[in-house]
Design a protein around this ligand. Structure first.
Ligand code: IPD
Ligand code: CA
Length: 263
């Protein structure tokens, strides 16, 4: 078993605490599916509660760090160099529909660079963590991106723009090209876990645009520390700022990037 750093101990402790309530809430949501109004108010409350717990726990341990929270927005800290970037429930639609594929995502930024990340699915109990220069781990097992070299063998994850989000026509054109070139496409509905799955070699690549920093902050460092390659879809170097991400093993990056950018 790997010894956790003090920083990672703080992050995992906060995530475990928020996850306990979230798991109970998820159980309730499954029961609420049949009601006509659905469980959306309940889920918003669960989301806020998880965010509050994470903020409280992380503040206890690192009182001066700032925050960028999906629900609460930017909260400046006394220490201008460090900022937590948090999504309390990534994969809200899955959570709302009783689909057990969602995650708590915590990234830590220092001087504008992500130096640590955690993605935790409380239902499967899979805790993906990474720190700069220290590798990426799933429940203490070291992670490596896949070794596949041929796109025809590759499983590629993506995010499909939905109602009220993104440009559907252009996305369909890109999807058409990728689906013809690969072994399979997955739309699992949780960006942070898509990135974690690339880090774990379960998926060989992932692309999406229109993301927010909290969807990807933690996942970016997971992929990089697992030996993967992350850029924007057009090859740019600032996915966190643009919301556009292409993450693959190093071998597939050029080929997939070429297909994504053909027009
Ligand atoms: C969403 C998920 C999804 C991605 C969306 C995100 P949310 O986050 O990560 O996979 O396709 O773009 O907004 O809303 O569930 O926290
Ligand atoms: Ca999200």
């Amino acid at each position: 078993m790997t010894l956790r750093s003090p920083l990672m101990t703080v992050m995992t402790g906060a995530a475990q605490k928020a996850a306990r309530a979230l798991k109970r809430d998820f159980g309730e949501v499954e029961q609420l599916q049949v009601s006509r109004k659905g469980p959306s108010d309940f889920v918003s409350a669960a989301d806020l509660r998880a965010e509050r717990t994470l903020r409280q726990e992380l503040t206890k341990a690192r009182p001066k760090f700032g925050f960028l929270l999906e629900e609460g927005g930017e909260i400046k800290g006394e220490d201008p160099r460090h900022r937590w970037i948090i999504d309390p429930i990534d994969g809200t639609t899955n959570f709302l529909h009783g689909i057990p594929h969602f995650a708590i995502s915590i990234g830590l930024e220092m001087d504008g660079e992500i130096i640590a990340g955690l993605v935790f699915n409380p239902v499967t109990d899979e805790m993906f963590v990474a720190e700069k220069g220290k590798g990426a781990f799933l429940n203490d097992h070291r992670l490596r991106v896949s070794a596949r070299t041929d796109l025809t063998d590759a499983v590629i994850a993506t995010g499909i723009p939905h109602h009220g989000r993104g440009e559907h026509g252009p996305y369909l054109k890109v999807l058409g090209r990728v689906m013809a070139a690969v072994a399979g496409i997955r739309r699992m509905g949780t960006a942070s876990l898509d990135l974690a799955y690339v880090a774990a070699g379960r998926c060989d690549g992932y692309w999406e645009t229109g993301l927010q920093p909290w969807d990807m902050a933690a996942g970016l460092i997971l992929v990089r520390e697992a030996g993967g390659f992350v850029t924007e879809v057009d090859g740019g170097k600032t996915p966190l700022a643009s919301g556009s991400v292409l993450a693959t093993n190093a071998k597939l990056h050029k080929g997939l990037q070429g297909i994504l950018n053909q027009d």
